[in-house]
Design a protein around this ligand. Structure first.
Ligand code: SF4
Length: 713
């Protein structure tokens, strides 16, 4: 029994087992204890972790997933295209997967089996999945849903600072900074317990500036709300920098000492004079000026960005534009100051560090780097030349499924792509064109419903493992008990499959701690160096990477230098381009997508949690009262939207908090309620992140919430 696991006698309830662990959901990874009373219920209590304590409703209700009646406890097999899924033994299911992979190899070549992972998988599972793809399947085709979540920020941060760790400082710094610009983050709903940081900031008089097309619960706390049109963030950032330069607010000494490339940026932002930016963004010049002065005149300040600026076809450049602003104001690397991206998924950060991304090997190494291949090949005991090259990004892989040059068989772990990928109708069609689809999940998700084989796997509280949270802090999750009978852990499944496919099974250990020790060695010398970390190091508050063997953790980056040979951060000149799809006569409105507090990602877990599902049983669509009146829509009506790719429906939430020309639809539901039936898969050229934040739609029908009202055509 490891650290963090205690048994206590309780006079009223009998013997209780208390496991110290973390929430299964978002990137904050709040601390929690799972309390199991012998022969009694499982409950969750908040636990102090790294100076914070508290859970949102998702954390509080997470235990409901453990004994859930819809839990998969047997593998499922489909015998033929017109057959349904039926229960099967593990041996039959694993044999079927191995046979299908071998058949695919014979018919289409070794590389045509793909792997699709998830940003909720532990570091150990992400690492094992990458290793399995490279040395068992020997395929370049592996990527994960983090590509949809944060890859633009990751790309921009690498370009500007030379390293991507999420926040380069501890979360607590946010509450103490002098002024904060928060761009495209409804933190109150997406990282709920972190809202206390903003409340502390505002409480001590620090101005909060929020850039968001919606007057969200976060924006309503703001000193200044920059309510920009969707897809215009880059123009806003360049406009703010233009004002800062013109009004003498930039830090010339910092720019000279710690950066390169400012002159070109200076020239570029000359074209973003305030009146022009007001016309592009809809943000008043007075508000822009006020925001810049508040940021520049504070003793310390931060710029934080999230999905808003990232999920655009110019997401990488948009994030760069805000980094340019932060650099010009002299913020990165200064006390209580800097730029940081806000990760969304539980292990969105660690998930992109250890090899489940198409271009990466463990330790945030590039798979195209000969030295990286040599090092990782030596840890894996394989010839570096046998490692495949760089694959393609998540949507590129999904788009080509079943095609001549695409994957013909796919293994999906920890992801519900049928709901979370853009242009969902097309992705589902491509999934049906595969020769074989295998899904590893705890529940029968929309993607599992399309599979040939579904393998029931453990949930977060049923296995040990590490996650890397929003701050780049590696934390340890402990198992509170074994998985239910019939359920296996992903590490066991990969080991079994490796054996069946002719690889040495011992190369795939099933004990998470053993996998972590290997991951740490594989990461040694890489950007994300975990080689000084062991499971013991992570108790009680985790450890910030880089943490080299024999060294120390690194809570704050960039204090002395940035991660380039010359130590300087990079400015990069970037220009605004409109969204890929402009509203027009056929599709006159803008749709933006996002999250709400009760649900998480594609809703596979939270839609099955009664308290959360009851709060929002149906998909919803936010629209302005004026737009609602124009279409005779009342609160609760079922509104159908159409884009060039499909139709989707949700219950109307009529609110003045949104722009008149814009609709908001969260992406947590499947079926007709899937926002991604509408979204545009236009990809950022660098990060390959889809443009979830903007597409053109029309209102395509209304069914009254009150059945006595007639439908509106
Ligand atoms: Fe879990 Fe995030 Fe809620 Fe914390 S804020 S309890 S990590 S979902």
């Amino acid at each position: 029994m490891g650290a963090g696991y205690t048994r206590t006698a309780n006079a009223s309830t009998g013997v209780a087992t208390r496991t110290t662990t973390h929430c299964p959901y978002c990137a904050l990874q709040c601390g929690m204890d799972i309390v199991r009373v012998e022969d009694g219920p499982v409950s969750i209590e908040p636990r102090a972790f790294a100076g914070r304590q508290g859970l949102c409703q998702k954390g509080w209700t997470a235990a409901e997933l453990l004994d859930h009646p819809e839990r998969l406890t047997q593998p499922l097999l489909r015998s033929g295209p017109d057959e349904g899924l039926r229960p099967a033994s593990w041996d039959d299911a694993l044999d079927r997967v191995a046979t299908a992979i071998r058949t695919c190899w014979e018919r289409h070549g070794r590389e045509r089996v793909g792997v699709f992972g998830g940003g909720g998988l532990t570091n150990e599972k992400a690492y094992a999945l990458g290793k399995f793809a490279r040395i068992v399947l020997r395929t370049p085709f592996i990527d994960y849903n983090g590509r949809f979540c944060m890859s633009s920020a990751a790309t921009a941060v690498q370009r500007a600072f030379g390293i991507d760790r999420g926040l380069p400082f501890p979360l607590e710094d946010i509450s103490q900074t002098g002024a904060l610009l928060l761009v495209g983050s409804n933190l109150a709903e997406t990282l709920p317990t972190a809202i206390s940081l903003l409340d502390d900031l505002v409480g001590h008089g620090g101005p909060l500036i929020v850039a968001d097309p919606r007057a969200t619960a976060t924006a309503r706390r703001a000193t200044v709300h920059l309510q920009l049109a969707p897809g215009t963030d880059l123009a806003l950032a360049n406009g703010l920098l233009h004002i800062a330069i013109r009004e003498g607010l930039i830090d010339d000494d910092y720019i000279a000492a710690r950066t390169s490339g400012f002159e070109r940026v200076h020239q570029r932002v000359l074209a973003y004079w305030p009146d022009r930016v007001e016309r592009i963004t809809g943000v008043a010049v007075t508000d822009m000026r006020r925001a810049v002065h508040l940021l520049a005149e504070a003793d310390s300040a931060m710029v934080l960005t999230a999905r808003g600026p990232e999920q655009q076809r110019q997401g990488t450049d948009t994030v760069q534009a805000f980094i340019n602003l932060a650099l010009a104001l002299g913020l990165p690397g200064r006390p209580l100051s800097g730029y940081g991206p806000l990760t969304g998924q539980g292990n969105g950060q660690g998930g992109r560090e250890h090899g489940q991304k198409a271009d990466q090997l463990p330790g945030y190494r590039k798979i195209t780097d000969p030295a990286a291949r040599e090092h990782v090949g030596s840890i894996w005991g394989v010839d570096p030349d046998s490692l495949p090259g760089e694959g393609v990004s998540a949507y590129d892989m999904l788009d080509a499924m079943g095609a001549e040059d695409g994957v013909r068989a796919l293994i999906v772990a920890g992801s519900n792509v049928a709901v979370s990928a853009p242009n969902a109708n097309h992705v589902i069609e491509r999934m049906k064109a595969l020769d074989f689809l295998c899904v590893l999940d705890a529940f029968r998700s929309e993607t599992a419903e399309l599979a040939d084989v579904v393998l029931p796997v453990a949930q977060w509280a049923e296995e040990d493992g590490t996650m890397t949270n929003i701050e780049g802090r590696v934390i340890l999750r402990r198992a509170a008990g074994p998985p239910p009978p019939g359920v296996r852990r992903e590490l066991e499944v990969l080991s079994e499959l490796a054996g069946r496919l002719g690889a040495p099974q011992h190369a795939f250990p099933t004990r998470p701690e053993e996998v972590f020790d290997e991951l740490a060695r594989a990461s040694a010398g890489g950007k994300a160096d975990y080689s000084g970390i062991t499971y013991d190091t992570l108790v009680p508050d985790g450890a910030f990477w880089p943490f080299p063997e024999g060294g120390e953790e690194t809570p704050r980056l960039f204090e002395d230098r940035f991660a380039f040979a010359d130590g300087r951060a990079r400015f990069l000149a970037v220009s605004h381009r409109p969204a890929a799809e402009k509203p027009d006569g056929d599709f006159p409105l803008s749709l933006t997508t996002g999250r709400i507090v009760e649900h998480y990602q594609s809703g596979t877990q939270t839609r099955r949690t009664p308290q959360l599902a009851n709060a929002h049983p149906d998909a919803l669509i936010e629209l302005h009262p004026v737009l609602a009146r124009q279409h005779d829509i009342e609160e609760g009506d079922l509104v159908w939207l159409a884009s060039r790719r499909g139709r989707a429906a949700g219950r109307a939430r009529v609110t003045p908090d949104i722009r008149i020309d814009t609709l908001f639809m969260p992406f947590h539901w499947g079926g007709d309620g899937s926002a991604n039936l509408l979204t545009n898969p236009a990809l950022d050229p660098s990060s390959r992140m889809p443009e979830f934040k903007h597409c053109a739609v029309r209102i395509d029908g209304v069914e009254p919430g009150d059945p006595r009202r007639p439908p509106t055509p």
